[in-house]
Design a protein around this ligand. Structure first.
Ligand SMILES: Cc1cc2nc3c(=O)[nH]c(=O)nc-3n(C[C@H](O)[C@H](O)[C@H](O)COP(=O)(O)O)c2cc1C
Length: 187
């Protein structure tokens, strides 16, 4: 079983990084046979989609000289996809949105669903607001491609370290991680 985390915070060592590390460490302890990987978008070179529509004819993104292909192939090989990102202006940060845009190559209309059978999870972090619009983008990406959304968590944190300091946020993160473990029963 393969689990992939797509980590979309521009801030190294911030709240999303903390939450993803916590979840991965718990999952590694509980799921002995799972292959768990993290794609850290800020460490990759992923160019923005240029809207060339080349992927609609060739079945894959026309931009070849960056790290997108390898990252997206890893996502497509996973049984469970966890999208993790902070909220920037009520939406995912640019690096996450750029990645999402580039996956347009597998969009073949609403009736073909290349991610069907995969389970999706969404981890969002914000200081106080914007979850609805942010999750709309994050969840529609998974849903449009046919993945089933099995869980989500909305963590409230502003400065690095805020999640660890809050028993309430830690409890939400723990429950979220448990929901990923529970979803593996059906795989
Ligand atoms: C450019 C920018 C835009 C932000 N926009 C929002 C927002 O719309 N709503 C909100 O509650 N927090 C907003 N924040 C705060 C971050 O979501 C918050 O600090 C979060 O903990 C950052 O996560 P990270 O440590 O993983 O980077 C914004 C932060 C930045 C830098």
């Amino acid at each position: 079983m393969k689990i992939v985390f797509i980590s979309g915070s521009p801030r190294r060592g911030g709240n999303t990084d903390f939450a993803v590390s916590y979840a991965i460490s718990e999952l590694n302890q509980t799921l002995k046979n799972a292959d768990i990987n993290e794609i850290v978008l800020r460490d990759l070179h992923i160019k923005p989609c240029i809207g060339c529509r080349g992927c609609m004819v060739s079945d894959w993104c026309s931009i070849k000289d960056d790290d997108f292909d390898e990252a997206f192939k890893e996502v497509l090989a996973a049984n469970i996809i966890v999208e993790a990102a902070p909220i920037y202006w009520n939406s995912p940060p640019g690096i996450m949105k750029d990645f999402i845009d580039r996956t347009h190559a597998i969009y073949r209309g609403r009736f073909q669903r290349p991610m069907s059978g995969k389970k999706g999870f969404i981890l969002s972090v914000a200081a106080d607001s914007g979850f609805e619009t942010h999750e709309d983008i994050m969840s529609s990406w998974l849903r449009v491609y046919g993945a089933q959304i099995k869980g989500r968590v909305q963590l409230l944190a502003r400065e690095s370290g805020d999640i660890e300091k809050s028993p309430i946020e830690m409890e939400k993160l723990k429950n979220f991680t448990e929901s990923i473990v529970e979803s593996t029963d059906a795989i």
